[in-house]
Design a protein around this ligand. Structure first.
Ligand code: AMP
Length: 194
């Protein structure tokens, strides 16, 4: 079973590339951002709690997202594989995910890191705010906090997965098609060696 992490700053193209990979490789998409937004929409207790963090550009507590991911993995026993989009975002989340998969006799196969300079992150988030109407993409202060949080808490995961020889770095700046070609190349190489 394939376990792929799509990693990168907000606006790097993780969601877009996920959609392309899901249909090509028949994988199940696990986006913690989408899951939290759906809780927000349904006004669940979890959604109301998460909104306090999301609206400020801060990370939702680790145990909340780990529980959500655990639930989705366990409720999809027949999946061909999973794409993690926006998860893990802290070392603690990565460690917990490793423990969860090890307990199931599985492991992360590859973390695909879409690299993007901060200037482009800003530009893409503003564009996405216009298209998708996400309030956490529209406010300059929230954008700045999300970028700072990415650098402080999330970027250390690159070293975590590189140390396990599981990191593929891809330039996230070119067109969707070019990034997709490079991404599929990395996944095909992985499948060949499975
Ligand atoms: P995203 O759609 O992945 O950009 O996530 C939107 C927001 O949801 C983030 O800014 C966080 O507040 C929250 N969020 C999503 N995934 C996680 C995660 N793995 N850990 C903590 N917070 C998360």
């Amino acid at each position: 079973m394939l376990h792929l992490i799509l990693f990168g700053p907000p606006g790097a193209g993780k969601g877009t590339q996920s959609k392309l990979l899901i249909s090509k490789y028949n994988l199940t998409h696990l986006s913690t951002g989408d899951m939290l937004r759906s809780h927000l929409k349904e006004q669940t207790a979890l959604g109301k709690e998460a909104a306090r963090y999301i609206n400020q550009g801060l990370l939702v507590p680790d145990e909340v997202v780990i529980d959500i991911i655990k639930h989705h993995i366990e409720s999809n026993p027949h999946a061909n594989g999973f794409i993690y989009d926006g998860f893990p975002r802290t070392i603690d989340q990565a460690v917990k995910l490793d423990e969860l998969l090890t307990g199931r006799g599985q492991q992360i196969n590859l973390m695909i890191f879409f690299d993007l300079p901060d200037s482009l992150i800003h530009e893409r988030m503003r564009k996405r705010a216009e298209v998708e109407g996400r309030s956490d993409d529209a406010d300059d202060q929230v954008i700045a906090t999300r970028i700072a949080t990415y650098h402080q808490k999330t970027k250390p995961l690159i070293d975590y997965y590189c140390a396990q020889n599981k990191c593929a770095q891809i330039d996230g700046a070119p067109s969707i098609e070019e990034v997709s070609l490079a991404t599929c190349h990395a996944v095909d190489g992985l499948i060949k060696h499975e």
